[in-house]
Design a protein around this ligand. Structure first.
Ligand code: 2P0
Length: 346
């Protein structure tokens, strides 16, 4: 029997302007546009292979070596959209094999522990959708395909592009204009680095999907954020990226992380994602910037206590010396930096 296969990798993306709130839960249409930086291909990523054959009996998914269900409504939405596009292609080219009617076998693997408290659904859905669209040889652009990944998990649409990415919220009720677009490729600003400080590997208290709807329904501050804060910040952040203005990019990133966590705290009952260690990191970053009298580092926190720091390559040792100094006493501390590298600043 003939088995057709295709593989792809999709990296994790970390938002610098946060997506938090849906205006349509089924289509994953957001209440605001967002911006992210996609990590490099060989850092944190999902590798997915998709196979199809006339002989396969059922759709199957192996996730990190374990057979998992493909039954979730979100996954079914993605598979249906991809099969519809393939069926359209087959109608135009009758010589193509009828893959749209065949079952799929999917094997997916993360190169980072799923339990590390890092968002894996974005890379996971992005890789799933891209692997199948490659298998089906779909001619649609990455932005078009990102609309399908968005239905799997909102933030997944941004992992279809490398570098600096915007998810334009759109206004159409059917989601036809809610898609990811490239702001700039990775090599536009290759000096940008991200460091992830894993504060806790525990599973998060409040999942993002329910957490954001709780905020939409109960926070007064949320309206202010989506109406008066984010639209302006969306334009300013793109400008900061285009002009490679790190100080501006960093300030907007830190302000947006704080604004997002403020709406979580303003939800009723409140949601706490950051903990004491997270807050210690925030304070330390501001102290580092004050020490150098220059913005050399930015922090951002997602729906959990782990920090992502952004800095330029030239400032890596400056930033890490402080982080090392403050956190080296903590159990579990691990760093690729040697004491010698860092001593100059301690
Ligand atoms: C983001 N987060 O922009 C924000 C910041 C978490 C905090 O996107 O319900 O897993 O699957 O659309 O994409 C996490 O939300 O939520 C997220 P769903 P998703 O990265």
């Amino acid at each position: 029997m003939t088995i057709f296969t295709a593989s792809t990798t999709a990296p994790v993306n970390i938002a610098t302007l946060k997506y938090w709130g849906k205006r349509d839960k089924t289509l994953n249409l957001p209440t605001n546009s967002s911006i992210s930086v996609t990590l490099a291909q060989n850092d944190l990523r999902t590798l997915t292979s998709a196979a199809t054959s006339e002989r396969f009996d059922e759709d199957q998914l192996w996730l990190n070596g374990k057979l998992e269900s493909l039954e979730s409504e979100r996954t079914q939405h993605c598979l249906q959209d991809l099969r519809d596009l393939r069926a359209k292609l087959e109608a135009q080219n009758p010589s193509l094999p009828s893959m749209s009617k065949w079952k799929l076998h999917i094997v997916s693997e993360n190169n980072f522990p799923t339990a590390a408290g890092l968002a894996s659904s974005a890379a996971g859905f992005a890789a799933l959708v891209v692997a199948i669209s490659k298998l089906y040889q779909l001619p649609e652009s990455a932005s078009e395909i990102s609309k399908i990944a968005r239905k799997g998990s909102g933030s997944a649409c941004r992992s279809l592009f490398g570098g600096y990415v915007a998810w334009e919220m759109g206004t159409a009720a059917d989601g036809s204009d809610s898609k990811a677009v490239e702001v700039a490729p990775q090599d536009h600003w290759p000096e940008m680095k991200a460091a992830i400080l894993v504060v806790s590997a525990a599973k998060k208290d409040t999942p993002s999907t329910s957490g954001m709807q709780h905020t939409v329904g109960t926070s007064d501050l949320f309206q202010e954020r989506i109406t008066n804060v984010v639209p302006k910040r969306f334009e300013e952040m793109k400008q900061a990226i285009w002009s490679r203005d790190f100080a501006q990019f960093a300030e907007l990133t830190m302000r947006d992380s704080n604004s997002f966590h403020a709406t979580c705290l303003d939800s009723y009952p409140p949601i706490f994602y950051m903990n004491d260690t997270s807050r210690q990191i925030v304070k330390l970053c501001h102290q580092i910037n004050a020490f150098f009298d220059e913005v050399v580092v930015a922090y951002t926190f997602d729906a959990g206590p782990n920090a992502v720091l952004y800095y330029l390559q030239e400032n890596e040792t400056k930033v890490m010396a402080f982080i090392h100094q403050v956190f080296q006493q903590n159990s579990g501390w691990d760093s690729k930096f040697s004491k010698q590298d860092l001593e100059v600043f301690s």
